[in-house]
Design a protein. Structure first.
Length: 419
């Protein structure tokens, strides 16, 4: 194992964005040396200030030798970089024989590395955040318990949302930005596919955000849901390829879904056309899209004289600017993560449904529930590797008991637990 000059294992984290806070808070409490790397040295310094962690400013695209040296110095590498940049870091991990953890979905580029990862005898553990991540682990824990009791699984529904806590719920969208705002803008663009009552359902982007699709969350009441990407790709991984109902969703308040449906209809998430925004106000930009259909659109600066001043931009770029301007978490605001699984099964001739619910609020705009639930699984997995209790090799997501059992146990000790 690669040791730091301090005599403890060295972890290198690439990425000091919104989701890094919870991970760093956890790792600085462990017997490891931590280096946080970001293109912005200031961002890395802001996340490590007051901690015994090292901050490095580095462009992973242009500074390949420095990037490789950092990977070489690590026992475990964690990447919170945008998914397109994982491949660079993953290639370095392959060449140096270093374990890699990410919170991102396994894409084709990462999947193509699976044979090399296996042959190298190292672990690439992906989808190890909140959603994907905690959703996989908590669902598989329920499913394996039911299968152990010889239950026949009939329906699987998994819901997750990053919302605003009730105490900070004070705008008509009932939403504030607690994670990458670009992901909020682009969510759902690829449409979605799932199975319900034996029939495969495929929805286009314009049909996703229906505020009438509701689920009741214990302690919170009704929330709206929209289906996630290709749910059916996960059915075989969960051992549920032939199940009549299988769906994974994102939770929002109905007000958000109604507003976002209007955003899509107006074309405000379009990325194909460019607009010169220097000297252009939000009100002038919006004017080309017609009248604001409701209070939610008006809340995003429909009458604002604020100048955009971001050069050539797409409508999606301007929308992101508006979201960042009008839906930020204020310093004292609290976000909230909600996850719920509903599993319907037949056991001893009776059909019943088990529900597991996680509701977690953040502390403030920096120490968010989103950052905590994305970061903690990564940090816990890293420590399990360093302690020698997680010895898997190859490319994995956390659906195996040797991953999810110890991680869920430690998450519970950190206050992240399901009811």
């Amino acid at each position: 194992m690669e040791m730091h000059p301090q005599g403890v294992p060295h972890i290198v984290l690439f990425g000091a964005g919104k989701s890094a806070t919870g991970l760093i808070d956890f790792l600085v409490r462990q017997p490891v040396a931590l280096t946080v790397v970001d293109a912005s040295l200031q961002a890395a310094l802001s996340k490590t200030h007051g901690f015994s962690a090292h901050a490095v400013g580095l462009d992973v695209l242009s500074q390949a030798e420095e990037r490789l040296a950092l990977v070489r110095s690590a026992a475990v590498v964690i990447s919170l970089m945008p998914p397109l940049l994982h491949q660079l870091i993953a290639s370095d991990c392959l060449s140096e024989g270093r374990h890699l953890l990410t919170a991102s979905y396994v894409d084709d580029a990462m999947r193509s590395m699976a044979p090399l990862v296996r042959d190298r005898g190292i672990l690439f553990l992906c989808e190890m955040g909140l959603d994907p991540g905690i959703d996989h682990m908590s669902a598989m824990s329920m499913l394996d318990r039911l299968r152990g009791a010889s239950a026949e699984i009939l329906a699987f529904r998994s819901h997750c949302g990053g919302l605003v806590a009730p105490s900070s719920d004070d705008n008509p969208w009932r939403y504030k930005i607690s994670w990458n705002p670009r992901n909020v803008v682009l969510a759902g663009k690829a449409g979605a596919r799932y199975r319900e009552d034996g029939a495969e359902v495929a929805l286009g982007y314009a049909d996703l955000f229906d505020p009438s699709r509701l689920v009741t969350v214990p302690g919170l009441g009704p929330l709206a849901w929209y289906p996630n990407r290709d749910s059916l790709g996960y059915a075989p991984l969960y051992g549920l390829a032939a199940i009549p109902t299988f769906i994974r969703t994102t939770l929002r308040h109905p007000e958000f879904c109604a507003g976002w449906r209007s955003v899509i209809q107006l074309g405000l998430t379009d990325e194909t056309l460019s607009y010169q925004t220097d000297g252009l106000s939000l009100a002038e930009f919006y004017r080309g899209f017609g009248a604001a259909p409701d209070e939610r659109l008006r809340f995003l600066g429909w009458s604002s004289s604020s100048l955009i001043n971001r050069g050539l931009c797409s409508a999606a770029d301007v929308l992101q600017y508006a979201l960042e301007s009008y839906l930020p978490l204020a310093p004292s605001d609290r976000d909230m993560v909600v996850m719920m699984h509903e599993i319907t099964y037949r056991l001893d001739g009776q059909v019943q449904t088990d529900t597991a619910t996680l509701i977690l609020e953040g502390q403030d705009a920096v120490h968010t529930a989103m950052a905590r639930t994305v970061g903690l699984p990564l940090g816990i997995a890293a420590m399990l590797i360093l302690e020698g209790s997680l010895r898997l090799t190859g490319l994995h997501i956390p659906t195996l008991p040797e991953i999810y059992e110890p991680v869920l146990g430690r998450l519970a000790r950190e206050g992240v637990r399901f009811i």
